[in-house]
Design a protein around this ligand. Structure first.
Ligand SMILES: *Cc1c(COP(=O)(O)O)cnc(C)c1O
Length: 358
């Protein structure tokens, strides 16, 4: 008799539940940090013309050169730095782990933070070390991080900047001290770069161990699955070896290059989302019993009155609005929901539904 899944599958994998994505059919989708805006019809027609030229019978360009050039031009990636594309930035996190994994090697990040750092560490057989953020405002606990860096000696340190799911941007000098002290690579994950004015992209090269990770997902192209990693070439040359051949499909390559040529449309949308974020924050802060946390991203973390998160989440869903319930995600997130900034209409519906259920 061959071995059963129970006998053969790694216990840490068996103990997991596959990544859960709730069914959003018919709901206003404010759970996944998507840009709520589509493209103007004329632009859509132009894009479809570009796709007409895609050759589905051929493998895509192995390096995605057209996209690489468009990214370098539109994102201000320093010419001296290397660039690596991923099928979403999640894939790049996985490539980083696969490149550095060895028994006993560690991944360090901050909790509550982006869950894929912990999951991918586990997939790659690395140990995950989460350093708690400060309870009152989710700021970095610098002595705790520095102590953990020295004690754990992580091969990889991930910092989401701004952080997900808390939305805050960590102090620049605190980040600098972490990069200075880290024995391994530090990855600043700037998934929410379009929604803040701060970035470490122009500081690449100031440290030999700093890489910047970004994605097109949160700026309006989540369906394409395109992330990018940039930093010193010597690192990227090694990480590129764990990339599966042709990881960026030809429709994504053509569509992303096209979209980046029209980045002004996306920029206008992200500007509108930023303005709407501030309006939504003020409206939430004005509701008695709610504590919204300041955000530099396209979502807002909200603390509800004690014990109300689960029923408010369910009540919002019953009113047709899907948000993210973080109540059981981490002790520091007790009673918290996370709402993605939608269109003014969507946010209006969300706000009245929330007042209704409260
Ligand atoms: C959404 C998100 C990602 C993943 O982005 P994809 O490119 O869609 O895989 C990475 N990091 C953070 C912090 C995120 O919030």
């Amino acid at each position: 008799m061959p071995l059963t899944p129970l006998e053969l599958v790694r216990p840490e994998i068996r103990a997991l539940r596959a990544y859960q994505v709730p069914d959003a059919a018919g709901l206003i989708k404010l759970d996944a940090m998507e840009n709520p805006y589509g493209w103007p019809e004329g632009l859509k027609d132009e894009w479809l013309e570009v796709l007409r030229g895609a050759e589905l019978n051929r493998y895509p360009d192995p390096k995605g050169r057209q996209v690489q050039e468009a990214l370098r031009e539109s994102m201000g990636i320093p010419a001296s730095m290397g660039l690596l594309l991923g099928n979403g930035s999640d894939e790049l996190i996985q490539m980083l782990a696969l490149t550095l994994a060895q028994p006993g090697r560690k991944v360090l990040s901050l909790d509550p933070g982006f869950v894929m750092y912990r999951l991918i560490a586990l997939f790659a057989g690395m140990e995950y070390v989460g350093v708690p953020l400060q309870a009152d405002d989710f700021a970095l606990d610098i002595p705790a991080v520095l102590e953990a860096l020295e004690r754990e000696c992580p091969a990889l340190t991930f910092i989401a900047y701004p952080n997900n799911p808390t939305g805050n941007l960590f102090d620049t000098q605190a980040i600098e001290r972490i990069i200075d002290a880290a024995p391994g690579l530090v990855i600043l994950d700037e998934a929410y770069a379009p929604f803040t004015d701060r970035s470490f992209l122009s500081r690449l090269g100031d440290w030999p161990n700093l890489l910047v990770l970004r994605t097109l997902s949160k700026m309006g192209l989540a369906g394409l699955r395109l992330g990018y990693l940039t930093g010193p070439e010597a690192w990227l040359t090694e990480i590129n070896k764990t990339r599966l051949p042709y990881n960026i499909n030809c429709l994504t390559q053509a569509s992303a290059a096209f979209a980046l040529r029209h980045k002004a449309v996306l920029d206008e949308q992200t500007q509108a989302i930023r303005a709407e974020r501030d309006r939504l924050f003020d409206a939430l802060a004005a509701i008695a019993g709610l504590e919204p946390y300041p955000s530099e991203a396209n979502f807002i973390l909200i603390r509800l009155p004690a014990g109300r998160a689960d029923d408010c989440f369910a009540g919002l869903k019953a009113s047709g609005v899907l948000v993210k319930n973080l109540n059981n995600a981490h002790p520091l997130l007790a009673d918290c929901l996370r709402v993605t900034v939608g269109t003014p209409e969507e946010n209006g519906i969300f706000l009245s539904a929330l007042v209704g259920v409260l």
